[in-house]
Design a protein around this ligand. Structure first.
Ligand SMILES: Nc1ncnc2c1ncn2[C@@H]1O[C@H](COP(=O)(O)OP(=O)(O)OP(=O)(O)O)[C@@H](O)[C@H]1O
Ligand SMILES: [Mg+2]
Length: 470
């Protein structure tokens, strides 16, 4: 089956083209019709005034003011000037009764019979375009009654063959239609380029979308039309960038997770196999079991973090917010985590005014604090110091957690809140986290309507500053 390829370009192009053709045709038709009409009307007016002059000449002849030669001569001149044949005939209604008689006379065409009747009744008769057998062509015809003192004594008939001015009409018509054709031709070029301009960006976007769907990476689309298409391309680009970013994140996430899952599992598997094969001395069992337990705990922590992250990302945080006294909340949290009696002999001190009320979810706040303190302990050597300091600002409550540990390199600082980001040094086994902690912290703080910042000097310590709305 024949199927027309339905493109925007075709639709635009052919619709506009048809429109232009239709409009130009109407205009050309109106012009040529108007011109035709004008020419014939003018001719009729000429003939009418020639008829009046003829009547005047005949009147003069009748009053013997001019001779018959002079009359004939004048009529010849009038006939020549109007390009017509002039007849003045004497005729009565009675003689018209005899149709046969009239028809025999050689100046009578068939149509004239009815016209003559009307003329003898005192009417003027005009015909714009009448075929005349006798003149062997089309004529413009005017017939007027011929009066004498007593009444109508006959008719004045004027016939102007149209072939003398039809050539001119044809030429004008040709000019009009040719101009219309040229206009259509020129505008079709214009329409073509406009249609191209409109449809091209759409094609580019379609192609881009196809490529993205096929998993290809593509450059930003460049559309500079300054209209809705422009905005559409911009929206397309931002959508494309988001998809690409999401895709990259997904890849990274899978790579990181599988790596982080595989490492402890390999360790566990290795030790268990060694024990089964009797390669581990019984007295060393406890030592290896401890390692296995640590690795298992890391796996539990990791899966917990991933689940937490998934929950946070899918918008599934259901905050149970209440007003808490910040000082009490901090004390309670520190107590319950047991951070204060740590093996590294890190000193924790707290400076918090009594009267600060924080509107927060207790469990989530605990999670935030634990993650930050966990990092502070991890990255601070023995006998270090961690200081918690809270203060009340105009619209916010500010909590600073500062350590004097190893600090974060300026190159790493901007990325520490990103998923799976770990500073190089912390990739060592001793501190080996997954890099999810601060990402979770950031999401939790933000879900409370707050924000978090980090400042650090490498080798001197790090400070996390949290702001919660009042
Ligand atoms: N107090 C700190 N001192 C020095 N470096 C820090 C401190 N807190 C965070 N960092 C740096 O930021 C990185 C990201 O921290 P984050 O808590 O997200 O991950 P992690 O602690 O390595 O792993 P996880 O918390 O998932 O077990 C850390 O790997 C570390 O390099
Ligand atoms: Mg951490």
């Amino acid at each position: 089956m024949f199927r027309v390829n339905k493109t925007i370009f075709r639709k635009l192009f052919f619709t506009y083209l048809l429109l232009i053709i239709a409009v130009m045709s109407v205009i050309a038709f109106a012009f040529s019709w108007g011109y035709n009409n004008y020419v014939f009307t003018e001719k009729q007016a000429d003939l009418r005034s020639a008829a009046a002059k003829t009547a005047m000449l005949i009147e003069s002849y009748r009053n013997e003011q001019i001779s018959s030669t002079e009359l004939n001569h004048s009529l010849d001149i009038l006939s020549y000037m109007t390009g017509s044949r002039i007849y003045a005939i004497k005729l009565t209604k009675e003689s018209l009764q005899n149709e046969k008689l009239i028809m025999d006379q050689d100046y009578i065409d068939g149509y004239l019979f009815e016209d003559l009747k009307n003329i003898l009744n005192g009417q003027e008769v005009t015909r714009k375009k009448q075929y005349s057998d006798r003149m062997d062509g089309y004529v413009v015809f005017v017939g007027e009654p011929l009066h004498n003192q007593t009444g109508i004594e006959g008719a004045i008939l004027l016939f102007a063959p149209i072939d003398q001015f039809s050539a001119q009409i044809t030429l004008i018509n040709l000019t009009i239609w040719l101009s219309a054709l040229v206009a259509v031709f020129v505008s079709s070029f214009l329409i073509y380029s406009i249609s191209q301009k409109i449809s091209r960006p759409l094609r580019v976007m379609e192609e881009g979308a196809r490529k993205i769907a096929a998993g290809e990476q593509i450059e930003d689309l460049v559309v500079q039309t300054g209209d809705e298409l422009d905005k559409m391309a911009q929206a397309f680009n931002s959508m494309k960038n988001k998809i690409t970013a999401a895709e990259n994140m997904r890849r990274e996430f899978i790579a990181s997770v599988s790596h982080d899952l595989k490492t402890p599992l390999t360790t566990i598997n290795g030790f268990v196999q060694g024990m089964l094969d009797g390669l581990v001395k019984p007295e060393e069992n406890t030592k290896y079991l401890k390692i296995i337990k640590e690795e298992t705990q890391r796996l539990i922590g990791l899966t917990g973090d991933i689940l937490e992250l998934a929950k946070l990302q899918s918008g599934g945080i259901n905050l149970q917010r209440k007003y808490f006294n910040l000082k009490e909340l901090l004390e309670k949290t520190l107590e319950s985590t047991g951070f204060q009696c740590n093996t590294k002999k890190t000193l924790i001190s707290m400076d918090c005014p009594e009267n600060i009320e924080l509107y927060a979810d207790e469990e989530r706040f605990r999670q935030i604090l634990i993650n930050i303190l966990d990092n502070a302990f991890k990255f601070t050597p023995e006998n270090g110091e961690i200081i918690l300091k809270a203060s009340q600002l105009e619209r916010e409550i500010c909590l600073r957690i500062k350590d004097n540990g190893q600090g974060i390199a300026p190159d790493d600082l901007p990325y520490i809140f990103e998923k799976f980001y770990r500073g190089d040094k912390s990739r060592q086994e001793s501190t080996g986290g997954t890099g999810l902690g601060l990402n979770i912290v950031k999401m939790l703080v933000e879900s409370h309507g707050g924000r978090i910042e980090a400042q650090s000097v490498l080798g001197q310590g790090t400070e996390f500053i949290l702001f919660f709305p009042k």
